[in-house]
Design a protein around this ligand. Structure first.
Ligand SMILES: Nc1ncnc2c1ncn2[C@@H]1O[C@H](COP(=O)(O)OP(=O)(O)OP(=O)(O)O)[C@@H](O)[C@H]1O
Ligand SMILES: [Mg+2]
Length: 268
């Protein structure tokens, strides 16, 4: 669905940002563990422009804490604003109200360059529409976050090849995105999001284009890689199987996030 997605180069451009004091957690926050919060969101609200020139409210009152090692699923009806929320959490879109902090750094205090730098260092983003760069081969696509962070080309490409192999794309590093299936592109997008071991992984329907067996395998890899890196993970999904694999499942509605009350089965 059409979220206000930015270009991948803008989303992945590099440098580093200075940490600042943490945002104080409020009582309404949907926190689960006592580990340090990697992502803190308070009171987020967002509206979008309509064709008639008015504003349509998507959601308000979104509070969220995700700590290192947490895996949180966000469900919700199509069009409720899940992709828009992920973009706000990554500093790729602006909320109408509320604030976000990543690893203690409030995004509101950063200019565009510093936001980009923080995002590049601390976040791995699996876009719903992949945003794999068509003019780069797969290894260079996956290596991009490392190269932008200053890692030399050779070790960055070696790490990218290893990540591709972990996701079932061994030996495919010199292929170009145009020859890949939708599921293969999705795995490239996941490899690129994980290769720099980010503090926070934001994944928008990361298994949406995969058959159930591959989806399960890729989800396991995503979760294992994130656990290995100690990442906090937030996954937007329509899949009950993915939501069940997460430590917490939250449902996004116009009034904010609430624990997902739906009974879940193992069926995807
Ligand atoms: N930049 C924008 N301008 C106007 N409307 C927008 C913009 N970005 C998103 N929208 C609208 O906001 C709503 C929420 O979009 P979003 O992509 O966040 O939904 P979603 O919950 O991720 O849906 P899906 O589950 O189908 O991916 C949609 O109706 C979409 O058309
Ligand atoms: Mg979406």
């Amino acid at each position: 669905m059409p979220a206000s997605s930015p270009s991948a180069p803008a989303a992945l451009a590099a440098k580093s940002a200075q940490p600042a004091p943490a945002v104080t957690a409020g009582p309404a926050a949907l926190a689960a563990t006592s580990a340090p919060a990697v992502l803190v969101a308070r009171g987020l609200a967002k509206s979008v422009a309509t064709a008639a020139g008015q504003r349509r409210q998507l959601f308000s009152g979104v509070d969220l804490d995700v700590a290192a090692g947490d895996v949180v699923a966000i469900t919700g009806e199509s069009g409720v604003g899940k992709s828009t929320l992920l973009n706000i959490l990554a500093g790729l879109d602006q909320p109408d109200a509320g604030h976000v902090a990543i690893s203690g750094q409030p995004l509101a205090g950063l200019d565009e360059a510093a936001t980009t730098a923080l995002r590049c260092r601390a976040i791995g983003f699996v876009f719903q529409a992949f945003h794999v760069l068509p003019h780069l081969d797969l290894a260079r696509n996956v290596a991009l976050p490392l190269v932008l962070a200053g890692v030399a080309q050779a070790p960055a490409l070696a790490a990218a090849q290893a990540m591709l192999a972990q996701l079932g794309l061994a030996g495919r590093g010199s292929d170009h995105p145009a020859v890949l299936s939708g599921g293969e592109l999705q795995r490239v997008a996941i490899a690129r999001a994980l290769v720099h071991r980010p503090a926070l992984v934001l994944a928008d329907e990361p298994t949406g284009n995969l058959d159930p067996d591959t989806a399960r395998r890729i989800l396991d890899l995503l979760l294992a890689s994130a656990a290995d890196a100690g990442s906090a993970v937030l996954i937007v999904t329509h899949s009950d199987a993915v939501a069940q694999a997460a430590g917490r499942a939250l449902r996004l509605a116009a009034s904010g996030l609430a624990p997902d009350p739906r009974p879940r089965s193992l069926a995807a």
